[in-house]
Design a protein around this ligand. Structure first.
Ligand code: SF4
Length: 361
């Protein structure tokens, strides 16, 4: 396997056009790129653009609000992945504006790291309703689907905010200004769903694409592949993570997803509805669907595009339209200690990743 330095040398020897924009759609990729200093090591012609790779950032504001209200007003224990707890919503100053603040106000809210913990909690407390607020892309939603498929205690329900990544990329490519010339496709998502999900990028849009893993070597190999495809005018879907990503993905995980969840139109925070980009729990599992069990906390009036906090440019960051440090609040009003928007909260948010890597202006 070639080293990162080898791949960098190969990229530097390519006859590059004056400007090439390569988008990634995975918070893990963005973290590896930023922490390894790959941006600064590449020729100036190459721009690396973080795209829609943070599920917490795009989780609709009304879903977070619903989780907060449910936890405050029902006799339940609400569990969620840790970084969701600090995601802010728009609410009057006197009201809790995040799950963390709702917890401080007395709601029983607990962070968990996996669906197994939610099941264990439900088993240990059979007389108490447990609600699992599960936001994530395919990689995180697949274990939730497996949990539902294998059978869960009757006192456990799921407030699901699952999203599929490829429809967001399709939406960008169908727009008049996609904003990128090549795609580094997400390794973990491809592990579950199969690399074939990204074929439309090359077949329909003639945009070079390569699936990458999370090491600098794998990411640089994928970038080199897309650059060569671009230069040679020969786009194809490359797999630069073959040790993990297999044709067809993970058949068991896909079967669990198909058995328990429907694919539906879904709202992305600050972006709006993207067709067939969300997961919803099937009717047959209605007893485990928190949206059906606690319908009164669904507030359709909150369903609107542009629900980022005032002044927060997170939606444009998520869509790769601006870099994190181009938001006027970055590092000023908005820091990880005092986040304004979800992109500064989540470990997969581009703003937080850039800040953690020392980008200060
Ligand atoms: Fe939103 Fe903060 Fe990022 Fe600006 S820096 S886009 S306010 S999360």
């Amino acid at each position: 396997m070639a080293s990162a330095r080898d791949w960098l040398d190969r990229i530097r020897r390519l006859p590059l056009p004056p400007r090439v924009r390569i988008m990634n759609v995975c918070g893990g990729h963005e973290r590896s790129i930023t922490m390894a200093g790959i941006r600064g090591a590449l020729p100036h012609a190459i721009e690396l653009i973080p795209g829609p790779g943070c599920p917490v950032c795009v989780c609709p504001e009304e879903d977070v609000y619903q989780a907060i209200q449910l936890a405050l007003n029902e006799d339940v224990t609400l569990v969620a992945f840790g970084d969701m707890l600090r995601v802010p919503v728009n609410a009057p100053k006197k009201d809790p504006r995040s799950l963390e603040q709702a917890k401080a106000a007395g709601a029983d809210i607990r962070p968990i790291a996996s669906p197994v913990e939610a099941v264990r909690l439900a088993q240990a407390n059979p007389d108490r309703a447990i609600v699992f607020f599960a936001a994530g892309f395919e990689t995180t939603t697949a274990p939730v689907a497996a949990m539902l498929a294998e059978g869960v205690p009757s006192n456990l329900s799921v407030l699901l905010s699952g999203r599929l990544t490829w429809p967001a990329v399709a939406m960008l490519l169908d727009s008049e200004t996609p904003g990128f010339d090549a795609l580094v496709a997400p390794g973990h998502v491809s592990t579950v769903m199969g690399p074939e999900e990204w074929r439309f990028v090359v077949e329909k849009h003639r945009i070079p694409a390569a699936v990458a893993g999370f090491t600098p070597e794998s990411l640089l190999a994928a970038m080199y592949s897309t650059l060569r495809q671009l230069i040679e005018g020969r786009p194809f879907l490359d797999n630069c993570y073959p040790e993990v990503v297999r044709p067809g993905g993970n058949p068991t995980a896909r079967a669990h997803l198909a058995r328990t969840l429907d694919v539906v139109d879904a709202n992305w925070r600050g972006v709006g509805i993207i067709p067939r980009s969300g997961f919803a729990i099937k009717e047959t599992l209605a007893g485990h669907d928190a949206r059906r069990r606690f319908p009164s906390y669904e507030d359709p009036s909150r369903k609107r595009a542009g629900q980022m906090p005032p002044g927060c440019d997170c939606a444009r960051v998520v869509l790769g339209k601006i870099y994190p440090n181009e938001c006027v609040l970055y590092g000023r009003a908005c820091t990880p200690r005092h986040p304004i928007g979800p992109c500064m909260v989540s470990d997969e948010g581009a703003c937080r990743i850039w800040w953690a890597a020392g980008v200060r202006e």
